[in-house]
Write a protein that binds this ligand. Sequence first.
Ligand SMILES: Cc1cc2nc3c(=O)[nH]c(=O)nc-3n(C[C@H](O)[C@H](O)[C@H](O)COP(=O)(O)OP(=O)(O)OC[C@H]3O[C@@H](n4cnc5c(N)ncnc54)[C@H](O)[C@@H]3O)c2cc1C
Length: 452
Amino acid sequence: MTPLNPTNITDLSARFSGVVLRPDQSGYDEVRRVHNGMIDRRPALIAGCVGNADIVDAVNFARTHGLELAVRGGGHNVAGRAVCEGGLMLDLSLMKGIHVDPVCRTARAQGGVTWREFNRETQAHSLATTGGVISTTGIAGLTLGGGLGWLMAKYGLAMDNLLSAEVVTASGDILRASKEENADLFWGLQGGGGNFGAVSWLEYRLHPVGTVTSGLLAHPFDCARDVLKFFREVTSGLPDDLTIFGGLLHAPDGAQIAVIILCHCGPLAEAEAALQPIKKFGTPILDSVGPTSYEETNRMLDAGFPRGALNYWKSNFMVELSDQAIDTLISQFAACPSPMSGLLVEHIHGATTRVGVSETAFPHRQEGYNFLVVSEWLDPADNAQNIAWARESYDAMRPSFSAGRYVNYLGDDDGEDAVAAAYGPNYQRLRALKSKYDPTNLFHLNQNIRPI
Ligand SMILES: Cc1cc2nc3c(=O)[nH]c(=O)nc-3n(C[C@H](O)[C@H](O)[C@H](O)COP(=O)(O)OP(=O)(O)OC[C@H]3O[C@@H](n4cnc5c(N)ncnc54)[C@H](O)[C@@H]3O)c2cc1C
């Protein structure tokens, strides 16, 4: 290991096409900040890369000097895994290249792209792929961990649409991974998170997606039990075109509401017929469901997740939504301390469930729900109260949980067992793969898979 000194940093900066930032330089604070305002870490160095050569130099630099290495894609990970205390933050946020091939219906995008940027280019051709539920999340972190989103029932997870990736591994090699090339690595990238290297390019399969029918139906909190039971009934027989979430949220005026949020990506007439019973149910105080673009759909919840807000999330999969679970959701939400927080139940069915458990690293292929506590607030003085509420809500829901957890929602305090639980039957294979591509665990600031 070579000790770090100012000359080494100057040498790195001189070679770099991107920007190398030290703590005393302007721009440093803006880049080190991630989505979650709870995260306040100060890397010794930020390597703002613009291409593979920069990434290779940054990875080699971190390895040679024994520095902690964090990789930032969109910076949305709630546990703040994109940034390290001391060490080197490999920042991909300058890497915004996107190329759409409308004939082959594929898109290649760089590791710093967000879904908003990606959708803008693909939607120019009336094409899209499954992205996140909101548009400000990074494509890389979301895809590498799985990728639940509005198009998943029809087209699978974001990760199921990944065709190939370009990766800079811990040894500083640039590898292409696909079903044909380095197929073992590609398998690991489909769900294994940032464990196998820094991904500079991702290539996706696209689908014809123009106008969709989407929006939110809000009911008074008094009706929450009926709404959630109705949501359960509806989810028992959905067409692939329809992805639907239920939950308990706050209206902009702070009132507690029960919601059904959905996106139907099929023909408008079919959407109208499929959604009629949902729109007719009860007496909604708001019904924003109607035809709109997919791009707009991906932005419809953005305002609820401002950058810099304080966040603490917990989640677990559930096979069913029992009466007991519904009662617990309601009693926990009644005690919610922040008007920004919510309890969400994300329904999973269709194409996502028609992939084998070990076909990709992401094993959760059963029809069911992902339960998510989104605890979000603004004042640091309220940290303890809001974290406690999230933990209590999660604990109260435990009797309803199935075995699996979603890696992209794991927090720092969930521990190594949670990562093993998240990968289930694929965990040992992932550990062997980690030993092959990153035997010293250089890429460990992630949902970490330990080498054997
Ligand atoms: C407001 C909000 C909404 C969300 N909505 C959804 C949703 O709808 N569906 C869903 O599935 N998830 C959702 N998530 C969770 C999201 O998938 C994860 O937080 C994901 O890690 C974010 O990816 P990112 O690139 O923005 O994150 P980052 O914080 O940049 O990175 C997260 C992890 O991925 C690794 N990583 C990132 N980019 C690369 C890369 N190019 N190469 C290698 N490793 C990389 C990082 O090292 C880190 O370990 C949401 C999160 C937030 C905060």
